[in-house]
Design a protein around this ligand. Structure first.
Ligand SMILES: Nc1nc2c(c(=O)[nH]1)N[C@H]1C(S)=C(S)[C@@H](COP(=O)(O)OP(=O)(O)OC[C@H]3O[C@@H](n4cnc5c(N)ncnc54)[C@H](O)[C@@H]3O)O[C@H]1N2
Ligand code: MOO
Length: 391
């Protein structure tokens, strides 16, 4: 996945938002493209209006009008003005624009205008190179493309950009108890959330999610889902069925394969983890408890994906605990917390939103961060400064 993502692909501009630019974008033209007006008004020679004032306006003959999209208008001489709209090319001979507010019609002459204020050479005139010059680097490689970058690229006439390819990821959630949200539940059933959570989280860090599937705890159904997920993916993420029960279909199907590893790791939530391959495609197997699934993604998978797509890592923040907390010995705990206003110490307060249970999925909605409590720490007092990973 890392190797493929380091290459580049050309995407039309409309498909570029959030992608990472693979090569510097240099200006192929100057911007602005030509000398044009910054105001609706009159293009004149600055010398012709140098003495103009409300009491002694300059009277100029109007030789024509130019609108945005017109070719160059008529030339402007010393005693002349050309009506001009914002974005229209400034006529030959004119060197400034007088905004229409500083002019009035000549009551004695339909074909003349009275200019009531002086304007210096170049005023309200936009010239090529004011913005960028041909050859300038406008967007350096590595930048994640936002609206402002598309504005620059489109204005330079680029219709497509070279970006890092998005990793294609398939998601498979397992569990015979799972029912799509909105559908009626039978006894013992629950609404499915992990496939949606992971799909959203993968997209948010730049992946193209090519399949979002669910499967019961049945070997054939799960292998069919895997076949389908790998058919158009660089990576498959499964969720659920990796622990110690007797219906752990993910573990049963994938554990025995070459290079597979299934083992609990010393973190909570997110203890049981696995990885394997299916038809040469890597498969990462996250635990099924909804909090464990998202925490595992944020702590273990997101950093790798961000590197693959060329985005910066999510930086941890410092915060102070709002209350005393405890943590299991020998495991790194990731406590879900909401960030509150500055405590006066220059850093925000982290308010735990729930206990440690990895089924507490609704409470997690209130969390902004995961407070990381090291494995050798079993309690922390209110006010302790901690490191927290933004969700
Ligand atoms: N004897 C042991 N039991 C468990 C251990 C252990 O070490 N020994 N570890 C526990 C931990 S920690 C976790 S986390 C879970 C992980 O188990 P699985 O990955 O096998 O997950 P499931 O059993 O499939 O599901 C756990 C839980 O989450 C619900 N779930 C699963 N998938 C979804 C989904 N897509 N949407 C919503 N909810 C889902 C499922 O109904 C279960 O309640 O194992 C512990 N057990
Ligand atoms: O991943 Mo489990 O949640 O450690 O409770």
């Amino acid at each position: 996945m890392l190797a493929r993502a380091a290459q580049s692909t050309r995407l039309p501009l409309a498909a570029c938002p959030d992608s990472v630019l693979a090569r510097d974008l240099r200006a192929a033209v100057d911007l602005p493209l030509f000398v044009n007006s910054q105001m609706d008004g009159y293009a004149v020679r600055s010398a012709a209006v140098a003495e103009a004032s409300p009491d002694a306006p300059a009277r100029l003959r109007v030789v024509g009008a130019v609108h945005a999209g017109d070719g160059p208008g008529p030339g402007v001489d010393d005693d002349e003005a050309c009506k001009i709209m914002t974005g229209a090319p400034v006529p030959e001979g004119a060197d400034c624009v007088v905004p229409v507010e500083d002019t009035s019609p000549d009551p004695d002459d339909d074909s003349a205008v009275l200019v009531r204020a002086p304007r210096a050479r170049g005023e309200f005139v936009r010239s090529p190179g004011d913005d960028v010059r041909t050859g300038d680097v406008v967007i350096p490689a590595g930048v994640q493309l936002r609206a402002r970058h598309l504005a620059a690229a489109a204005s330079l006439g680029e219709s497509a950009l070279d970006v890092r390819p998005r990793p294609r990821v398939g998601v498979v959630a397992t569990g015979s108890e799972l029912v799509a949200p909105g559908r009626p539940l039978g006894p013992g059933q629950i609404w499915e959330s992990n496939s949606l959570t992971l799909t959203a989280a993968l997209k948010a860090c730049g992946c193209e999610v090519t399949a979002t599937l669910t499967s019961g705890d049945d070997r054939d159904e799960f292998t069919a889902a895997l076949d389908s997920a790998v058919s158009d993916a660089d990576l498959v993420v499964t969720v659920g069925a990796v622990s110690m029960g007797d219906a752990e279909v993910v573990r049963q199907v994938l554990e025995g394969r070459d290079g597979a590893r299934f083992a609990p790791i010393a973190m909570q939530p997110g203890g049981p983890q696995g990885m394997s391959t299916w038809r040469d495609t890597p498969v990462v197997c996250l635990p099924g408890n909804p909090v464990s699934a998202l925490v595992s993604f944020v702590v273990l998978l997101r950093p790798v994906i961000l590197e693959a797509v060329g985005r910066s890592p999510v930086q941890p923040v410092r915060a102070r605990l709002s209350r005393d907390v405890t943590s299991p010995a020998g495991k790194v705990q990731f406590l879900r917390a909401a960030l509150g206003p500055d405590s006066g110490a220059g850093i925000p307060v982290a308010e735990p939103v729930s206990g440690p249970g990895s089924h507490l999925v609704a409470s997690m909605a209130r969390a902004d961060v995961l407070v990381e409590i090291p494995a050798d720490v079993t309690s922390l007092a209110a006010g302790t400064e901690v490191e927290a990973i933004p969700l």
